[in-house]
Design a protein around this ligand. Structure first.
Ligand code: SAM
Ligand code: SF4
Length: 333
């Protein structure tokens, strides 16, 4: 599928649930979001109809997300079914990692290729504050479990938020001794709208990728280490819009994803499907195309039509829009 701005759309982010076992302050209000009714959530057979239709239109990579995708019951079975669809050659997952120690090996066996694990701080107390209900060790154990299960690449994603006082160098050094790809993501103005008023974004909290890289390099040099060097030749598979660097001799890389300071809308290749079956042309678009009805009727032609309408509605750029109706956990980050 090629959109009106000449971009090839071959990737879909599929949200499996709006529920989560954490409550990250920038993503969800403390009391959680108004949860979707069970009947509103896409069932497995509806998801499979959407995936088959998408594959027939040239989508060949699927990323499962949420909310927390690993709280969706029987996700291993879904992964196996999606991985067996003709035309889908890459099934990946974005997770907070908490459930990976229990599930990583089964997910690998089911055909999951890659995992991205979200981790915003290496300080146990700060982790408890950011996630409101989480324990740092659980996510660290999840990273170990992903490496042990043989996922390659394993990426660790940190949203950079000024008020969190994150230790960027400590994060970046996680890429030294193990094949971990550490990525820093600029904080995006998602949420704050009617459906998720509680997750307030503040411009003052945004730290640009350039500033993060400068801090890492300055602190590295102070410690007698060499600074990061560009490493586009070592881009991990599925690296998306990140720019990659590495420390000399490191096993992994350090990537920067800069939706605020460096627009990469011209490279956008994706559609999003929310857990209640809305196709979103863009993270920052309030346009949504209902696909649940067509999927429930197993009407693959109608499902294909909805996908093509959404591709046709992809904007050229997010034009620095601030705030969206839904928060990240409801869209599928
Ligand atoms: N629960 C899973 C997790 O945390 O990885 C998957 C869903 S979560 C919404 C996906 C990603 O979105 C996480 O890495 C999270 O940090 C990121 N995210 C949430 N709100 C964000 C924001 N305002 N700006 C940038 N990233 C955000
Ligand atoms: Fe849950 Fe992920 Fe949102 Fe954190 S970022 S509250 S783990 S969905």
């Amino acid at each position: 599928m090629i959109d009106a701005h000449g971009r090839t759309i071959d990737y879909m982010r599929l949200s499996l649930t709006d529920r989560c076992n954490l409550r990250c302050v920038y993503c969800m209000p403390e009391e959680g979001v108004k949860r979707l009714e069970h009947n509103d959530i896409l069932r497995f057979h509806e998801i499979m109809t959407i995936v088959r239709a998408a594959a027939s239109l040239g989508i060949h990579r699927i990323r499962l997300t949420g909310g927390e995708p690993l709280v969706r019951k029987d996700i291993q079975d879904l992964v196996a079914e999606i991985a067996s669809v003709e035309g889908i050659d890459d099934v990946s997952l974005t997770t907070n990692g908490v459930l990976l120690p229990k599930m990583a090996k089964d997910l690998k066996r089911a055909g999951l290729k890659r995992v991205n694990i979200s981790l915003d701080t290496l300080n146990p107390q700060c982790f408890a504050e950011v996630t409101r209900i989480g324990k740092l060790q659980d996510t660290l154990d999840g990273i170990e479990a992903a490496l042990e299960a043989g996922f390659d690449p394993v990426k660790v994603n940190a949203v950079t938020v000024r008020r969190l006082n994150q230790d960027f160098l400590a994060f970046a050094r996680m890429s030294m001794d193990r094949p971990l790809h550490m990525r820093f993501i600029e904080y995006m103005p998602v949420g704050g709208g009617e459906e998720n008023p509680g997750c307030g974004w503040d411009e003052g909290d945004v730290i640009s990728s350039d500033e993060v890289r400068e801090i890492i390099n300055r602190q590295a040099i102070e410690m007698g280490l060499s600074p990061l060097v560009p490493a586009e030749d070592s881009r991990p598979v599925g690296g998306g819009p990140a720019r990659y660097y590495r420390f000399e001799g490191a096993q992994g890389t350090v990537g920067f994803i800069s939706p605020r300071s460096r627009h990469f809308c011209h490279e956008c290749n994706r559609l999003r499907c929310t857990s209640d079956g809305k196709i979103m042309p863009c993270l920052f678009s309030d346009k949504k195309f209902d696909i649940k009805q067509a999927a429930a009727a197993d009407d693959i032609e109608a499902v294909r039509d909805v996908l093509m309408q959404a591709v046709g509605a992809k904007p050229d750029d997010h034009h620095d829009r601030v705030g969206t109706e839904r928060g990240m956990s409801q869209i599928g980050g």
